[in-house]
Ligand binder design. Structure first.
Ligand SMILES: [Mg+2]
Length: 349
């Protein structure tokens, strides 16, 4: 499994820079209070220029102005940040992979069984497109699980790109403070210190029974994380939920008959998953990956919900014909979205 974690850099601040281009390169903060009461609020985000003066998020605005009196100030504007977050999400959704929006400016994307090489190419493209099309900087972490992709990302901020593979995780974690592991707050950190554990490497070497005794199931979880075992899953939101399958062709081809055979298999698998979860679909999309690794996607929507495999395949065929033309493809995918239902979901959860 490969997971790509994308975290926007100083998101609120970067959003403000986007609409106030005169601010570029100048220290400013986004705060909680209205502009006229700014001294009563707290700093939400400080841009990197402001951080150079020691200004940090969570700090009273008054203190920030003491550190740098010429500071520019804006009140936070969630609706605006949310609208940009949605644009980032739909850019990422165009890659047709399961996405979990972890917060307004953080996304975890499931790359499934793709290789690190392929994932890196795509993840770099995502980073670049966010930069070019939305106009914002972000940092990207790639790893074999959700937690470690996020940690890779955190370690590469700002504007970075970091890959951590299974075989590198021990070294990556070893010397880090236990507080860097998600879920370990100040209290747990203090209790671990009492046990003589302050680094993740020490946690990894601790007696798991002792940890379970002290922290219950979380003790087991942190022991596993410290040892590079992460069970956290990517959870898609209902609105962005989709079910898809993709597969590499035996050999690159532009022959629609051969491609249709693959589309048939994929549609069948999608249909089975759909039934298992009790969903019906309204939209179908297909993806083609060409010889040069570029990808193209097409989608179409019905006016009603359906659960027909025939209909799915028929739509997939029509869409794919347009994508293939006379170009050879090496990989194809079928995905349904705009789902409804989900009766089976509860049973499965
Ligand atoms: Mg961020």
């Amino acid at each position: 499994m490969v997971v790509v974690h994308i975290d926007m850099d100083y998101f609120f601040g970067a959003c403000e820079e986007l609409r106030h281009s005169e601010l570029k390169g100048k220290p400013f903060v986004v705060g909680t209070a209205a502009e006229k009461d700014k001294m009563r609020g707290v700093v939400q985000t400080a841009n990197y220029e402001a951080r150079k003066y020691g200004i940090k998020s969570g700090m009273p605005t008054m203190q920030a102005f003491k550190l740098y009196s010429e500071l520019s100030y804006f009140k936070e504007d969630y609706d605006y940040y949310e609208s940009i977050s949605k644009r980032i999400e739909s850019l990422l959704a165009s890659y047709h992979k399961p996405i979990e929006r972890m917060s307004i400016d953080e996304f975890a994307i499931d790359f499934g069984k793709e290789s690190y090489y392929e994932s890196e190419l795509t993840a770099k493209e995502m980073k670049e497109r966010i930069n070019k099309e939305i106009g914002l900087p972000c940092t990207v972490g790639v790893s074999y699980s959700k937690t470690f992709a996020k940690m890779a990302c955190d370690s590469a901020k700002p504007n970075g790109f970091k890959v951590i593979k299974e075989e590198e995780i021990k070294e990556f974690l070893g010397n880090k403070d236990v507080s860097k592991l998600p879920g370990i707050g100040v209290k747990t950190e203090a209790r671990l210190k009492e046990m003589g554990i302050s680094r993740i490497g020490e946690l990894a070497a601790a007696n798991p029974l002792l940890l379970i005794d002290k922290f219950g199931s979380f003790g087991k979880e942190m022991f596993e994380l410290a040892n590079g075992i992460d069970r956290s899953k990517i959870v898609e939101r209902a609105e962005t939920l989709s079910i898809g399958r993709e597969s590499t062709l035996e050999e690159p081809t532009a022959d629609m008959q051969k491609i249709d055979k693959k589309l048939g298999e994929l549609s069948h698998e999608v249909k089975r998953e759909l039934d298992k979860k009790g969903y019906v679909f309204k939209s179908v999309s297909v993806k083609a990956r060409y010889q040069d690794f570029t990808e193209a996607i097409r989608n179409a929507s019905l006016t009603h919900y359906s659960n027909s495999e025939e209909l799915m395949l028929g739509m997939a065929h029509k869409l794919m014909e347009k994508l293939v033309g006379d170009k050879e493809v090496r990989k194809v995918g079928v995905r349904v979205s705009s789902l409804s239902g989900g009766i089976g979901q509860r049973r499965l959860a």
